[in-house]
Design a protein around this ligand. Structure first.
Ligand SMILES: [Ca+2]
Ligand SMILES: [Ca+2]
Ligand SMILES: [Ca+2]
Length: 361
């Protein structure tokens, strides 16, 4: 590039709208509604919304690189969705309280690299935060309560999938269905808590289950049904805890999952119940399950270094052969610490410590 043309290029870049007008667009000081400010915003702009309650349905459509920041602001539409992002790239919605009456609180569709952070969603009749047909979405430090459906849902019931997205540091309380329900691949759900869901804590959508999703350091308390419902292929549940689930602690179907270093405390059903094949259950501690500690209906399964205390039925219960059972301990079970209904043939037992065992078919 010649010097003159380079200078002209730099001047043009400096005067381009994104650079020339990148600014805070203030609501209500500069714009009467959030929507008017959003419609005026260009890439690089911040829409800054002051304290107050805004009775709007804000739609962010076909735009990139804008941040909408609430400073004590609530969005409470009379009906419909409070925030909807469609075909967004690099959109951030942060710091709002969302009150929705008859539908989802926040909906993100067909978007990428879009973030919802530090928002509270209360009382949405649908899902609290719903994402459809998107990827690389981040839901960070949000609190969702008293929804009619799921707390956070990724494309559950269609359309599309949500892939390579993250839910981090969120709390879902008293949701009408599951705390988190995801359809898609390669998502990370970490450091999040679900309290008293009417159904399950965390779920990979059982109608269209995904693969390569990781649930790490999450906690479920007092779910009406199961703590973690894991279907699909090669999903991971790592360092998670379930307390007092109304159903099983962790339920597996599909293939090739890894469940590791989890704690299940007083589930009404089994600690871990599995019909999956090729899965590994390792270093899980189950205390006082209402049924069995670990109950296996799928083979092969590797059951390694788990601990079961005080099961109301069996510590480890095997309904299939061809598994590996190594380094486990169970004690205090009401019936047997190990019960193998196949007679133990075809399963490798090594270095286990069981108080009582029965290997008869
Ligand atoms: Ca659900
Ligand atoms: Ca469910
Ligand atoms: Ca059972």
């Amino acid at each position: 590039m010649q010097p003159v043309r380079l200078a002209a290029y730099i001047l043009a870049a400096a005067l381009s709208p994104a650079v020339a007008f990148a600014a805070d667009r203030r609501v209500p000081q500069d714009y009467e509604t959030i929507q008017l400010a959003v419609d005026a915003a260009q890439s690089g702009d911040d829409v800054v919304v002051s304290k107050g309650t805004y009775r709007e349905n804000v739609v962010v459509s076909d735009v990139s690189g804008i941040t909408i920041r609430g400073r004590g602001a609530s969005v409470a539409p009379a009906s419909g969705i409070a925030f909807e992002v469609v075909d967004g790239v690099g959109i951030t919605i942060s710091g709002f309280t969302v009150r929705s009456t008859d539908f989802h609180g926040i909906l993100i569709r067909s978007s990428t690299t879009t973030t919802v952070s530090s928002c509270r969603v209360k009382g949405a009749a649908g899902d609290g935060i719903r994402v459809e047909s998107s990827n690389t979405i981040l839901i960070d430090k949000c609190r969702v309560s008293k929804t009619g459906d799921d707390g956070i849902a990724f494309s559950v019931g269609g359309p599309g999938q949500v892939n390579s997205s993250t839910i981090r540091g969120c709390v879902m309380t008293d949701c009408g269905d599951d705390g988190v329900d995801i359809r898609g691949d390669g998502n990370l759900i970490e450091r999040s808590r679900v309290i008293r869901p009417r159904e399950d804590g965390f779920e990979t959508d059982t109608d269209s289950p995904g693969s390569g999703n990781t649930f790490s350091r999450n906690f479920v308390s007092k779910s009406v049904s199961t703590g973690f419902v894991i279907a699909g292929d090669a999903n991971t549940v790592d360092r998670c805890k379930v307390a007092k689930s109304g159903g099983d602690g962790i339920q597996l179907s599909g293939t090739g999952h890894t469940i590791t270093s989890c704690v299940v405390l007083r589930p009404h059903g089994d600690g871990v119940y599995s019909t999956s094949t090729g899965s590994t259950i390792q270093s899980v501690t189950v205390t006082s399950p209402g049924d069995d500690g670990i109950d296996i209906y799928g083979a092969p399964t590797s059951i390694l270094s788990n601990t079961v205390r005080s099961a109301k039925e069996h510590g480890i219960e095997m309904h299939v052969s061809g598994c590996i059972v190594r380094g486990n301990a169970a004690r205090g079970s009401k019936v047997f610490d190990l019960r193998d209904f196949t007679g133990g043939r075809g399963t490798t037992y090594e270095s286990n410590r069981f108080g009582t065992e029965s290997l008869v078919d």
